[in-house]
Design a protein around this ligand. Structure first.
Ligand SMILES: [Zn+2]
Length: 274
């Protein structure tokens, strides 16, 4: 599932390829209907055609594309869902599998949105008024964009009796942090994911903030370099504990365990996360 770093990578790709360019045509494939709601494919394509892309931002797992058609402003909100990706296509290149929507730019290249499972979203935001989108307003501080405000994180954790791991996945707490990186952050912070969020002491919250930053930086570092590389399930596993049940903990050698919290897998070392 795309997490903060993957979404950040998609934002960089869109920024590099689209800002300053005009969308000449939009093609929507069959099966994309659910992604575009409430607009239909024709209305979606009409709305974007001719738009000049001005900027791309990321908020949590959402990509915010700001564009203009003449004096009118327009927003495109993209959420990658479970399996969504943006891919650049050279002029004359073949369309990728699972293509849902394709924006042809005025330099002949295209930006393709692929999404095998189709749980993502592509939504036109009139006037680029993203602050009026409820899903965005509900998000908390961005996990990646700035250093984590430890006092604010502590205050938010203190208000919930959920386990730390489940609390960390609440996008209002720390927007952009997904399941994999939450687990990695807890291992780095040597915190038991099952502990109640409101029972953490100040040094533990500080350690957690450092763990989140380190886990996210690690993932972002891997995403740099040529080509598009997503950190995802099924591929090479670069993580310390994620997906490593039974393997030795890289820190102490104890076998990594898998547990389920809130319906999601958590991997932990019971010795150093005690
Ligand atoms: Zn360990």
């Amino acid at each position: 599932m795309p997490e903060g770093p993957e979404v950040e990578f998609a934002a960089r790709l869109l920024r590099e390829r689209a800002v300053g360019r005009t969308v000449e045509a939009v093609a929507v494939t069959r099966g994309a209907g659910r992604l575009l709601r409430p607009l239909g494919p024709a209305a979606f394509s009409r709305a974007l055609a001719g738009a000049r892309v001005e900027g791309v931002a990321r908020r949590g797992k959402h990509l915010l594309v700001t564009a203009a058609i003449g004096a009118a402003r327009l927003g495109l909100l993209s959420h990658l869902g479970m399996t969504g990706k943006w891919i650049g296509r050279a002029a004359g290149g073949a369309p990728p599998a699972h293509l849902r929507a394709s924006l042809r730019l005025d330099d002949g290249t295209a930006l393709d949105y692929v999404d095998p499972r189709g749980f993502g979203r592509l939504r036109i935001v009139a006037g680029a008024r993203f602050d009026e989108v409820a899903a965005l307003a509900a998000l908390g501080p961005v996990a990646l964009a700035a250093p984590i405000d430890v006092a604010r994180l502590a205050a938010r954790l203190a208000r919930t009796r959920r386990s730390i791991k489940v609390a960390l996945l609440d996008q209002r707490l720390l927007a952009g942090l997904g399941n994999i990186h939450a687990g990695e952050a807890l291992w780095r912070a040597r915190l038991d994911p099952r502990r109640r969020a409101d029972r953490l002491g100040s040094p533990e919250v500080a350690a957690l903030a450092r763990g989140v930053t380190a886990a996210v930086r690690f993932a972002l570092g891997r995403l740099r370099g040529p080509g598009i590389r997503y950190v995802e399930e099924g591929g090479e596993n670069p993580f310390r504990v994620y997906g490593r049940a039974g393997a030795p903990c890289p820190r102490c050698g104890e076998a990594i365990r898998r547990i389920v919290q809130g319906g999601r897998s958590t991997f932990l070392c019971r010795r150093c996360q005690g």
